[in-house]
Design a protein around this ligand. Structure first.
Ligand SMILES: NC(=O)CCC(=O)C(=O)O
Length: 253
């Protein structure tokens, strides 16, 4: 998805069009994921005015969509205003429209001035999606392997990663996502923004990666709905083949 910076109304409208397109396909999705800060983009100097107060508008919109279309939603992330602070938060909903997770980005990205305008979260994004243990991390978080490892040790089999990650760091994005999948032997489902804001170009390349590190689907630099099928028995198979979790020696490191 492209994001109109500082224009929440435009972004809600565009997202709704894309969601409608996603659920009208012949094969219905079980879970839908979209990018980071999709409501406002990085309109950081105005973020206190633009952010969604307590995520209320977003929660109402996504709950309703999830319920009407009987689909699970990992709702990208939004600028979410709590009191006088703004956080970068993922909300997730199940098919009944119940909120099943809330995760606010722990690591704020200084290269894009996040720490000057946003408050970091202080809880992990571990949740259950229809009984499947899963985790959420946001964009820059993937540079912190210990966070993904902690989620994996807590049982996560799928890691969801909404992002707004720009050029010139495409090779970092691809390499880090593949590494998180391979080292934790889990699925990684990432969704990155496309388009340009000011002089920053976001390259997309959303990917679904399996626990062996194979890329099941990868976007290019344009808006698109990408689809992949996940077979959770692959997590068990890969973990059985190379028993990384049994072979860890955490007392040495
Ligand atoms: N929105 C972000 O967290 C961007 C992270 C990024 O670009 C990076 O290189 O890390």
């Amino acid at each position: 998805m492209d994001i109109a910076i500082g224009e929440p109304d435009t972004n809600y409208t565009r997202l709704e069009q894309l969601l409608n397109e996603a659920v009208s396909a012949d094969v219905k999705p079980d879970v839908i994921v979209f990018p980071e800060m999709w409501n406002t983009g990085y309109a950081l100097t105005e973020i206190h005015d633009l952010a969604d107060k307590d995520g209320a508008r977003t929660k109402a919109f996504l709950t309703d969509f999830a319920q009407r279309h009987h689909v699970n939603i990992i709702g990208g992330s939004i600028a979410d205003k709590r009191g006088d602070q703004v956080l970068n938060t993922v909300y997730a909903f199940d098919r009944q429209g119940r909120e099943i997770a809330e995760y606010s980005k722990i690591h704020l990205f200084r290269l894009m001035d996040e720490e000057k305008f946003l408050q970091s979260g202080d809880q992990l994004g571990r949740f259950e999606l229809e009984g499947v243990p899963a985790g959420a991390m946001i964009c820059y978080d993937i540079r912190f392997p210990e966070l993904a490892r902690k989620l994996a040790l807590d049982g996560a089999r799928i890691l969801f990663v909404p992002a707004e990650w720009p050029h010139p760091r495409l090779h970092h994005w691809r390499t880090l996502l593949m590494a998180r999948a391979i080292e934790n032997q889990m699925y990684v489902v990432s969704c990155n923004r496309v388009g340009t804001s000011g002089t920053t170009n976001f390259f997309g390349h959303s990917m679904v990666i399996d626990p062996w590190g194979e890329v099941l689907v990868e976007g290019d630099e344009g808006e698109a709905i990408l689809r992949a099928t996940i077979d959770l028995s692959e997590v068990v198979r890969v973990r059985g083949k190379i028993p990384v979790f049994e072979d860890r020696r955490p007392h040495l490191y």
